[in-house]
Design a protein around this ligand. Sequence first.
Ligand SMILES: NC(=O)c1ccc[n+]([C@@H]2O[C@H](COP(=O)([O-])OP(=O)(O)OC[C@H]3O[C@@H](n4cnc5c(N)ncnc54)[C@H](OP(=O)(O)O)[C@@H]3O)[C@@H](O)[C@H]2O)c1
Length: 336
Amino acid sequence: MQTCRVAIAGFGRVGRATASMLLARRERYRDLYGTEVALVAVVGSRAGLIDQDGIAEARFADLEAGVSGPDVIAASGADVVIDAGPSDHRTGGPGLAYLIQALAAGHDAIAISKGALVHSGAALMETARATGAMLKVSGASGAALPTIDLIEHSLKGAAILGLEGILNATTNYLLDAMMARGIELSDALAEAQAGGFAERDPRGDVEGWDTASKLVILANFGLGAPLAIDDVRVGGMEAVTSAEIAGWRRDGRVPKLVGRLSREGETWRAAVGIETYCADDPFARVPGKTKAIRIATDTMGEIVALGCGEEPVATAAAALKDLEHILAARRRARGT
Ligand SMILES: NC(=O)c1ccc[n+]([C@@H]2O[C@H](COP(=O)([O-])OP(=O)(O)OC[C@H]3O[C@@H](n4cnc5c(N)ncnc54)[C@H](OP(=O)(O)O)[C@@H]3O)[C@@H](O)[C@H]2O)c1
């Protein structure tokens, strides 16, 4: 039986859901991958736990002060590091230091937060290449909505001609509510915040930056296209008025906040903004908090995927799908 020691940096809603699910799936990892998976560290910004024998869920309520930072993760002996901390594409966020340290030491890493990938994706990929480590990013690129896995596995061999995505659940909910009930953005937003799925500061979602971040990650990690956030033409939905909504309803058009990657020869262009669709387009029928992606290929036609998992469990499950990719790859490398 092989061992795999996992550390989680960022122990909020998603980090905790990931930790609980990982512990609940240990028997599956033994059966399918011949691997004993132990959770050896969990850290927040100021407190955490470290135990090379494995941390049980009963201890999650009792974090120890001062146990935090990349050095704690290194001392835990973790060989897989999951970054579930806050996302900041301007600085890379705290995840950047955790990911660089793990990859530089040859340890595999799973990113859930987007900041480090957007800020330093190329450097992280280069570090991983140099040490032979794997860096998986499903949680940061649509989470339960398959995006990069779709490109890497289901569309293998096909050339990607372009893609468009409804990649932010909050803005889709807001536009859907405004269209269905004719309410103002401020009312839809208050509703979403009361429901606990819109941020207290919603600008990252509403102004299009979350979608732009996911586009950059999809471009770099899914298509091998070296796009930076400054290359994305970013528009949001903050200026959508009830008069515009009424006009779209009258004309039978459905607005969505869409991220689009278009190929012009060897160059990729990226844009985020409101696009409208006729009622029979699959994107027009993406409701509420559902996300969607449409990928145009040279040989497999157009593929559309939709997804709406309950958070934070769905994102935790996406990160643990990446863990299974890592366990499967390690098993293949062992030849067992
Ligand atoms: N929530 C979702 O449904 C969802 C979906 C997809 C992706 N994501 C992404 O997942 C990430 C986590 O989201 P969340 O909802 O779990 O956020 P959250 O509840 O705010 O948790 C963030 C965690 O990061 C910790 N943290 C902050 N600075 C840190 C540092 N320097 N070192 C270690 N930990 C640090 C915080 O610690 P303290 O507790 O000490 O403040 C907290 O435990 C975000 O990047 C988000 O964009 C979330």
